[in-house]
Design a protein around this ligand. Structure first.
Ligand SMILES: *Cc1c(COP(=O)(O)O)cnc(C)c1O
Length: 367
């Protein structure tokens, strides 16, 4: 590396043609998820000789990459998902962003990609959110941030690439629960699995999602919203959804969530909920939970509620479960009170509406 000690910087090149304010405000009236994008992006390059270099905050636009770019052939790609919120008193805050930076580098190691210094990752986020602050919706919306990195070297041999592009894009998103907290319907895939021991289940890589899409398609064909995966070795233990972790609320007030162990993505939402529940003296068992147990507990009434969690949806109640052999309802099929309460607690911390006992919220200065 030319100068490993100098911190790589981002040159700021403001977009000369930002979206007119009237158009932006019009687009804000119908916010979905991941369809509208802000004016800028953060980009930085890495190669084996120079290390991280040529950082820019620049107009959002297409990349020119070679058709032989390694990512297009061997899927060396990782990503993160996080949100910037506007607080009631007008500050702009992030929720545990250093956890995203840390996990990004864990994913990078698993995929034999270069790590990015956490402070460079954070600076990309801070600068992008600052320049695109007007893209953070008021009220219940937020600015979804998508950091990602991919192998850009033009090379068809099989080895880790020698060139990468790191990028962050931003997308204003609306409240996930538009018509109130409607519970989701889950399809349990008994045939397809998401991650095997020794595989990439704990890395946030695009390949995991590519492999989950056929199961997600099966879920939709069966009238479900999301797919739940069982473990690859025994097809017995519940692991997680395609992009969210799961919790179960028991009759005795305790909760169960499958343990991390390499095949489950260690969700920051999951970790935060475990902490918030334990703070209140609620028992959370991180233990294997089988599909057979799930069916039996739902039928007997021992299981009161179930929910999925992740940055995009925050917390989503699970009302109904279907699988090839039948189906069952959880509780009355609606989002339950424990689910609603923990969601409210987390959301109010994330949005800076309440005190933040663990110091999870980080303000972006100077906005
Ligand atoms: C991102 C992700 C989650 C949720 O993680 P959060 O940090 O809570 O957003 C859960 N499962 C998978 C497979 C994911 O990719």
């Amino acid at each position: 590396m030319s100068d490993a000690s100098a911190k790589p910087e981002f040159t700021i090149k403001p977009n000369a043609n930002p979206m007119p304010e009237a158009d932006r405000l019009e687009a804000f009236k119908a916010l979905g998820f991941g369809t509208l994008f802000s004016d800028h992006m953060a980009v930085m390059h890495w190669n084996v000789v120079k290390g991280w270099h040529s950082g820019e905050i620049t107009a959002r636009g297409p990349f020119a990459i070679d058709p032989a770019a390694a990512v297009l052939h061997y899927a060396q790609e990782i990503f993160e998902g996080m949100k910037a919120y506007r607080t009631p008193d007008g500050r702009v805050v992030l929720f545990r962003p250093e956890e995203n930076a840390r996990r990004f580098n864990e994913s990078a190691r698993r995929m034999a990609m270069p790590e990015i210094p956490e402070e460079v990752f954070m600076e990309a986020i801070d600068r992008l959110v600052t320049i695109d602050a007007k893209w953070i919706p008021e009220g219940e919306g937020s600015l979804y941030l998508r950091p990602f990195m991919f192998a850009s070297e033009a090379f068809l041999g099989v080895r880790p690439a020698r060139d990468y592009i790191f990028c962050v894009i931003a997308s204003p998103v609306g409240p996930y629960f538009k018509g109130g907290a409607k519970a989701v319907k889950i399809w349990v895939s008994e045939h397809y699995t998401r991650a095997a021991p020794g595989g990439t289940g704990a890395a946030k890589c695009g390949g995991n999602y590519a492999a989950s899409l056929i199961a997600q398609q099966e879920a939709v064909e069966h009238g479900c919203d999301q797919v739940a995966f069982l473990d690859a070795a025994e097809h017995k233990w519940l692991e997680e959804l395609g992009g969210m972790n799961v919790f179960f609320v028991m009759e005795d007030g305790s909760l169960v969530t499958p343990p991390l162990g390499g095949t489950i993505l260690p969700g920051i939402t999951r970790n935060s909920l475990v902490t918030l529940l334990k703070d209140q003296g609620i028992t959370v068992h991180e233990r294997p939970y089988s599909f057979a147990e799930w069916q039996a507990d739902a039928t007997s009434g021992r299981l009161k509620e179930a929910f999925a969690c992740g940055t995009a949806a925050v917390v989503a109640g699970i009302g109904e479960v279907k699988f090839s052999g039948g189906g069952f309802t959880i509780g009355n099929g609606e989002t339950g009170p424990t689910t609603l309460k923990i969601r409210e607690q987390l959301v109010s911390i994330q949005r800076g509406q309440t005190n933040d006992p663990h110091g999870w919220v980080r303000q972006i200065a100077g906005i």
